[in-house]
Write a protein that binds this ligand. Structure first.
Ligand SMILES: Cc1cc2nc3c(=O)[nH]c(=O)nc-3n(C[C@H](O)[C@H](O)[C@H](O)COP(=O)(O)OP(=O)(O)OC[C@H]3O[C@@H](n4cnc5c(N)ncnc54)[C@H](O)[C@@H]3O)c2cc1C
Length: 441
């Protein structure tokens, strides 16, 4: 009988679970270790004062093909995602909505009908997309998004209301520092792709329940193990395999997928000298924060869309959780990347955000509860030429998975999932297995 490879996955975020499910589908046996009690990593639920909120409001795009495939594989119903045609709505300022037509007419008509943008803005948008298309979305790797916008003569309004907010939302890096090439990749696979690729998919369930929890159930049903509150301290080589300090079974693993954030890799592999150059590269990644302010009001709010843009203050986007399966009156305001909001206190920020919401929506019901969550290292800074490692490492049986691994995309759920799948497929190949070998219970 051929040997069933035993694989350890360290980290129970989206990358770790995508790797574990892919490995199990190929016939490997998987043990996943998660340090925290809650699954999901940087996309997880938190509980406070009876409220269940995410560590940060997330959106997915129709272009997240591998994440959507993974959700289907582990039996997640499509209705857990609120699917909306792309709508960038700044109440009273500007509205750009994709039309219900095949691409590229969905955007062309949307742009034609856009409110709050004049002809100079519309021509500039067509110019930028046309330039990118002509260059097959290839850009000099040193260019920043701001340079690209200046070179294609984007108007001030378009820059302020469309491009800069899209750049910060997608790359979590201010346009002045962000990689134009990665921004172009995102535009290529969303705005410039099939009409549904630019759809906004907003979870109606919490982020742990969206994928990690159903994936964990799926794995357990197939004889694999998922352990929470089980941090791995160190990975050491032993014979042809690896042992993990912190593993209650002291098992010998054929391969290990390290699916932690990049800043946790160094300690894990301190005993594997071959990985020192990889750790040095990871140390050079810089990071950007994301703030989510959860504001629960004593009554409903009337947002014109479940997600609206905010401009001119600290807040960037507001989400009406009441319209997304959450409690009535719960709103999440998101501030991505570094910025002026970091120079004021949490209390001052909360007051400013309440004033900004009021100026957009009119008088607000009384505030009942609030929680401002700052993820200091939400993602790596997506700057030109950022040096991202590959999933394979100089150690034959050690693989990296995570949103920071080399990819076309910035740090997103989709890049995390894709990296997990890529690591798993390489491992299956190494053991002469293929995904889909082992589909039944
Ligand atoms: C506030 C916020 C908002 C975001 N918004 C969006 C968005 O709208 N759309 C989008 O696509 N992306 C968004 N992102 C990015 C997205 O959340 C990440 O790209 C993705 O979750 C990264 O997944 P990962 O599996 O690579 O890493 P992680 O989620 O960091 O998972 C790593 C896991 O490893 C565990 N771990 C670490 N060390 C150990 C150890 N020694 N032993 C065992 N376990 C360990 C950690 O506890 C963690 O659970 C956002 C991120 C944040 C923080």
């Amino acid at each position: 009988m051929s040997h069933t490879p035993l694989i350890a996955v360290v980290g129970g975020g989206y990358a770790g679970f995508a790797a574990a499910v892919t490995l199990a589908r190929g016939g490997a046996r998987v043990s996943l270790f998660e340090a925290s009690r809650t699954l999901g990593g940087r996309a997880r639920v938190m509980e406070k004062d009876g409220y269940r909120v995410d560590n940060g409001q997330h959106i997915l795009l129709g272009a997240y093909s591998e994440t959507l495939r993974m959700l289907r594989l582990v039996g997640v119903k499509p209705s857990v995602l609120e699917t909306r045609r792309l709508a960038l709505v700044y109440p009273g300022l500007c509205e750009l909505r994709a039309a219900p037509l095949p691409a590229p007419f969905h955007l062309a008509l949307g742009l034609l009908r856009a409110r709050g943008l004049d002809w100079a803005d519309k021509r500039a948008m067509i110019r930028l997309m046309g330039t990118l298309r002509k260059q097959a979305f290839r850009i000099d790797p040193d260019r920043t998004v701001s340079t690209l916008l200046a070179e294609t003569q984007q108007t001030g309004r378009l820059t302020r209301l469309i491009w800069e907010p899209l750049c910060v939302a997608a790359l979590n890096t201010p346009a002045a520092d962000a990689s134009a090439q990665i921004f172009a990749n995102v535009l290529r696979d969303s705005l410039a792709a099939g009409a549904s690729a630019s759809d906004l998919l907003i979870p109606r369930v919490d982020l742990s329940e969206l994928f990690p929890v159903p994936a964990s159930r799926w794995l357990a049903l197939r004889g694999n193990t998922v352990r929470t509150a089980e941090p791995v301290k160190k990975i050491s080589a032993m014979g042809d395999g690896y042992v993990l300090e912190g593993d209650p079974w002291n098992a010998l693993y054929d391969d290990v997928v390290i699916a932690t954030a990049p800043y946790h890799v160094g300690d894990l592999v301190a005993g594997l000298p071959g990985l020192a150059p990889v750790v040095e590269r990871l140390k050079r990644l810089s990071h950007q924060p994301i703030v989510t302010a959860w504001l629960a009001f004593d009554g409903p709010l009337h947002l014109p869309e479940p997600m609206i843009g905010m401009s001119g203050g600290y807040g960037q986007w507001a989400f009406d959780r009441g319209a997304l399966g959450g409690p009535e009156g719960l709103v999440g305001v998101v501030i991505s990347a570094r910025g002026a909001h970091q120079d004021i206190s949490r209390e001052a920020l909360e007051i400013a955000l309440l004033e900004e919401l009021q100026s957009v929506l009119g008088p607000l019901p009384p505030l009942r509860w609030s929680q401002v969550i700052t993820e200091k290292r939400a993602t790596f800074s997506c700057i030109p030429g950022v040096d991202r490692p590959t999933t394979a490492t100089p150690e034959r049986g050690i693989w990296l998975a995570g949103d920071y691994v080399e990819a076309d995309y910035p740090a997103t759920l989709e890049s995390a999932v894709r990296s997990g799948i890529a690591a798993a497929r390489s491992i299956l190949r190494r053991h002469g297995l293929k995904e889909g070998n082992f589909l039944s219970l």
